[in-house]
Design a binder for this molecule. Structure first.
Ligand SMILES: NC(=O)c1ccc[n+]([C@@H]2O[C@H](COP(=O)([O-])OP(=O)(O)OC[C@H]3O[C@@H](n4cnc5c(N)ncnc54)[C@H](O)[C@@H]3O)[C@@H](O)[C@H]2O)c1
Ligand SMILES: CC(C)(O)[C@@H](O)C(=O)O
Ligand SMILES: [Mg+2]
Ligand SMILES: [Mg+2]
Length: 348
């Protein structure tokens, strides 16, 4: 289906689940995306086998969820579609183990294009290589499926050896609930570069720095940490919920005129031309592969910088203040428990 933007968007009616009818899907990994894809496909009637190392702590969770578990090699040998949902940095070594199990006409399926786009994995020419990338954290892919909603996703075909790659990918997207919401067609390159840029500059990196900078500014000026936490972090969700529902307009409509004028007249003093130039630099490093090279080397060196950065983030005062404050509020109790289980499931 083509909309007014000339973008292909596919919904349930455009996807035919019979393309996976006689197919076994091996889901390698049972973390954020893996547990969601495996359970959603299983609930959609697809034959699923989860591939995990013998010593993986995720094995118990997958089995408790009623799924068959095998080693990645055995799962791949029994499947016609192999969905690679271990961490990006682990994918090349898992792929090396399962490569010989790929038969002509099989599908190698990804949720992110990093390893294909940056040539860390080079599949044989006689298999389909596709991507269904939910535009969401994996735990919401499962939650949305269970509640009857869907999660928007991207579809890309890197290699179509069978002539049927897109149809199979659409059937997979339907199986995990993405075509309920809408699936947009793109390329491995576009998905990889926009995804990395988005998570670095805006969604994860940008927003975390914005929150900490706002918090630090208030606390350094003598305001209480509790005030700073509520103002700069807690209310962020409520504001973003409005944007999610109705765009920036819904947010500006809901806040006071004072907030709207103050925000419109002062926001670009914070995200100024210099910040925009820095965003362009972040994008350049994604586009020319500098970030990818750095990330691969960082992992080969056992993650020294990543470990330091993670620790510094944990040590920021806002994390301590937030933990104490969230424990004091009734609304937090339920979400905390859920978040804990989410974190535990994602650990290996
Ligand atoms: N996290 C997200 O919400 C999200 C969103 C969109 C796309 N993606 C993509 O999905 C893919 C999976 O990412 P994720 O965040 O779900 O991964 P994750 O970190 O949650 O996956 C961890 C799982 O991988 C397995 N695993 C870990 N180390 C392993 C090893 N050495 N050998 C074998 N298996 C191992 C374990 O089952 C573990 O539970 C990536 O390509 C990622 O870019 C993730
Ligand atoms: C959920 C995100 C940030 O969108 C995803 O891209 C990821 O890598 O986890
Ligand atoms: Mg990503
Ligand atoms: Mg993303």
């Amino acid at each position: 289906m083509t909309d007014e933007f000339n973008t292909e968007i596919y919904y349930d009616d455009d996807a035919d689940e019979s393309h996976l009818e006689t197919t076994t899907v091996a889901v390698l990994g049972y973390g954020s995306q893996g547990h969601a894809h495996a359970q959603n496909l299983d609930d959609s009637g697809v034959d699923v086998i989860v591939g995990l190392r013998e010593d993986s702590s995720s094995r118990d969770a997958a089995e408790a969820d009623g799924l068959e578990v095998a080693t990645p090699v055995e799962a791949a040998s029994r499947a016609e579609v192999v969905s690679v949902l271990v961490p990006d940095t682990v994918q090349p070594s898992v792929y090396a183990d399962i490569e010989s199990e790929l038969d002509a006409g099989d599908t190698l399926q990804f949720a992110h294009g990093f390893n294909i786009h940056y040539n860390q994995i080079q599949p044989p020419e006689d298999v389909d290589v596709t991507m269904i990338a939910p535009k969401s954290p994996g735990h919401l892919v499962r939650r949305n499926y269970e509640s009857g909603e869907g999660t928007p996703g991207l579809l890309a075909v890197y290699q179509d050896a069978t002539g049927d790659a897109k149809e199979r990918a659409l059937a997979y997207a339907k199986g995990i609930g993405c075509t309920r919401a809408g699936v947009v067609e793109t390329t491995f390159r576009e998905e990889t570069e926009t995804d990395l840029f988005g998570e670095q500059a805006v969604l994860c990196g940008g927003i975390a720095e914005l929150i900490k900078a706002g918090y630090d500014t208030l606390v350094d000026a003598g305001y209480s940490p509790e005030m700073a936490y509520f103002e700069c972090l807690n209310e962020m969700k409520l504001i973003v919920d409005l944007m999610y529902e109705g765009g920036l307009g819904a947010m500006w409509d809901s806040v006071s005129d004072t907030a709207e004028y103050g925000g419109l007249s002062r926001g670009d003093a914070v995200i100024d031309d210099h910040a925009r130039e820095n965003m362009e630099e972040v994008l350049r490093q994604v586009q020319d592969g500098e970030f990818a090279t750095e990330w691969v080397a960082e992992n080969q060196a056992n993650r020294p910088t990543y470990t330091q950065l993670r620790q510094a983030e944990k040590n920021h005062e806002i994390e301590d203040v937030g933990e104490r404050l969230r424990a004091l509020f009734a609304w937090a109790e339920e979400e905390e428990t859920e978040d804990e289980s989410v974190r535990m499931q994602a650990d290996d």
